[in-house]
Design a protein around this ligand. Structure first.
Ligand code: MEV
Length: 311
């Protein structure tokens, strides 16, 4: 085909970030309203990339683009095509480095589009492997949660590399608030590992409590028990603070969301920046929660209704 596209969407982690790196489960929600598209055109020139960050031949692309470039070259290798003759354009609205999965979404969209430009439809396993190859360049040792979530139609239960669709009857409204600060996933993941080595018993206790909330949330989702889920979110934020992955601005947004009537709120993703996820019972309360978080410094907010996270 002369032109091929691939699409992936953002994700938020409902519960289990960081603990998932140490073998615990996590639950992620797809954000269907925030997408990213890779468009690949066959050309007779060398490999070319066109994004907000850089436009030019990939041979002289900046280090910043190392992960997307890995997705391009690994996918070409996977389909047995030469590393030449493609222009890759990336368009999207997922903000980068905010814990919303933008790096995995870029890689998944690129892998899908590059394979399609050579007439190949990737299966889930191949797309996951290619996305993970790029994620390893971006993040070091990614659990694979993001790579699964950014192409999932439904909420995802993820543990030890395996994902399954999670049924949800949850009503209410999630509010995502962007601190505007770049998250520092790689650094935060490294610091948790160091803390675990330094204080194994205390950290094991924290990780166990995060795991218990994540496991019990499955019942909350199925039974639409928003009050219970909200309480688990807030308690998990306190546990993530103990793991040192929150910061003053995340704590401030979480406190303002709760004060404005949220059922619960927590940081989402790697932490130290990025986004907060709050749960509200109704649209009206969600609007108040969003306004409170913006008044306390959130750069942007998004609403997530049940139909935005389900198939
Ligand atoms: C990042 O979105 C989630 C973390 O658990 C890291 C990972 O799962 O690779 C912090």
């Amino acid at each position: 085909p002369a032109e091929a596209t691939g699409v992936a969407h953002a994700k938020v982690i409902l519960l289990g970030e960081h603990a998932v790196v140490h073998g615990a489960p996590a639950i992620a929600l797809p954000v269907h309203g925030l997408t990213l598209t890779a468009t690949v055109t066959r050309t007779d020139r060398p490999l070319w990339i066109d994004s907000v960050l850089y436009r030019g031949p990939i041979a002289s692309a900046p280090e910043l683009l190392a992960a997307p470039l890995t997705a391009i070259t690994e996918t070409l290798r996977h389909v047995g095509a030469p590393a030449t003759g493609l222009a890759v354009r990336i368009d999207g609205e997922i903000p980068a480095e905010r814990g919303l999965g933008s790096s995995a979404a870029v890689a998944a969209a690129i892998a899908t589009a590059v394979a399609r430009s050579h007439g190949v439809e990737l299966d889930d396993a191949a797309r996951f492997d290619l996305t993970q190859a790029a994620e390893r360049v971006a993040h070091g040792r990614p659990s694979g949660l993001d790579a699964r979530s950014v192409v999932s139609e439904t909420p995802v239960w993820f543990q030890a590399g395996t994902a399954r669709a999670l049924p949800s009857a949850l009503g209410g409204v999630f509010v995502i608030a962007d601190t505007g600060l770049h998250g520092r996933t790689r650094e935060a993941v490294g610091d948790v590992a160091a803390l675990r080595t330094a204080e194994p018993d205390r950290v094991a206790g924290i990780l166990t409590r995060i795991r218990e909330h994540t496991e019990a949330a499955v019942t909350d989702l199925a039974a639409d028990d928003r009050a219970s889920l909200g309480a688990r979110m807030s308690d998990t934020h306190a546990l993530l603070r103990e793991l040192t992955v929150s910061n003053a601005q995340l704590d401030r947004l979480v406190a303002s969301a709760t004060a404005a009537g949220a059922l619960g709120a927590k940081l989402t993703g790697g932490g130290r920046g990025g986004c907060v996820l709050a749960l509200a019972d109704t649209d009206e309360i969600a609007a108040q929660v969003a306004a409170a978080m913006r008044a306390n410094g959130a750069e942007r907010t998004w609403m997530l209704h049940p139909e935005d996270i389900a198939a």
